[in-house]
Design a protein around this ligand. Structure first.
Ligand code: ATR
Length: 271
């Protein structure tokens, strides 16, 4: 029988993960099944236990269960620990291993797909919630010249940056309006785009050749992408990050990293 995986969330009907993993399995010749799994809001742990009992090999975890998955895992990767959240579970004989592939997916999309190396660059990260937290360590590991975290609530950004003391010399915190100078890469990790809101950003943040990326995606550009494009940045939505985080999870489970180009191209055509 094929190895079984799923994505657990609530709601889950619109998840693109089954489509992505089916394409990866076909391309790599891996024999697996990947489904959607709707867990009750108060039943995440019970759902995971049931999957383990049924012999599932792993699962992705999405909204609103990433923090619960972090607490449920019996072992954690370093990047999951730094993110404080888990989006990938692997069930092996040794319990429940928790990883977080969101940040590595973001970095892979910027570096490989957009072709923008991050070493030596000045990076802006907008937001200091769960999505921003997951991006911190993977971005810092690329060796940027500076990573500035800007957030509506300054104290939250200060607390987040404080957790990465080892990189203190390269980190800074700012409010939106107080941002100074141009950036090479400006990533929107706030949830403002969900409600079509734009943080009050000075247009000068988009330096020459700047790549502006919004972690959100949809069938049209977000307000942040429109703003960035108006001010000369090249823009990117979160679809590449979605496909790349899936590829990282697939690699953890199957030991082979699928090529993401074709999947990303076909998904761009269908969104
Ligand atoms: P997620 O898991 O998507 O990161 P979260 O942990 O709730 O969600 O974090 C939401 C982030 O978006 C926070 O940085 C939040 O700013 P605050 O810390 O000030 O709350 C930010 N955010 C949400 N709505 C926003 C808006 N309209 N303008 C600017 N920032 C916003």
């Amino acid at each position: 029988m094929s190895d079984r995986y799923c994505v657990i969330g609530n709601p889950i009907a619109h998840s693109k993960s089954p489509q992505i993993h089916a394409a990866f399995a076909a391309a790599t010749g891996q024999d697996l099944r990947y489904e959607r799994c709707l867990a009750p809001l108060d039943g995440f742990a019970a759902t995971v236990r049931e999957l383990v009992a049924q012999g599932y090999r792993g699962a992705n975890v999405t909204v609103p269960f990433k923090l619960e998955a972090f607490r449920l895992a019996t072992r954690l990767s370093e990047r999951a620990r730094a993110a404080g959240a888990v989006n990938t579970l692997k069930f092996d004989g040794d319990g429940i291993y928790g990883d977080n592939t969101d940040g590595p997916g973001l970095v892979a999309d910027i570096v490989r797909n957009a072709g923008v190396p991050l070493a030596g660059k000045r990076i802006l990260l907008l937001g200091a919630g769960g999505a921003a937290r997951g991006a911190m360590l993977p971005l810092l590991e690329q060796g940027p010249r500076q990573l500035v975290v800007a957030n509506r609530t300054l104290a939250t950004a200060e607390a987040l940056v404080g957790e990465f003391g080892q990189y203190a010399g390269r980190l800074a915190v700012s409010g939106f309006a107080a941002l100074e100078g141009g950036f090479d890469v400006a990533i929107n990790a706030t949830s403002a785009s969900l409600s079509s809101e734009l943080p009050p950003l000075p247009p000068a943040i988009f330096g020459p050749g700047c790549l502006a990326l919004d972690m959100m995606y949809g069938n049209k550009p977000t307000v942040y992408m429109e703003f960035a494009a108006r001010h000369g940045a090249s823009v990117r939505d979160g679809l590449g990050m979605l496909v790349e985080q899936a590829a990282e999870a697939f690699a953890l489970w199957r030991g082979v990293r699928p090529d993401t180009n074709e999947v990303l191209t076909s998904m761009r055509r269908s969104t």
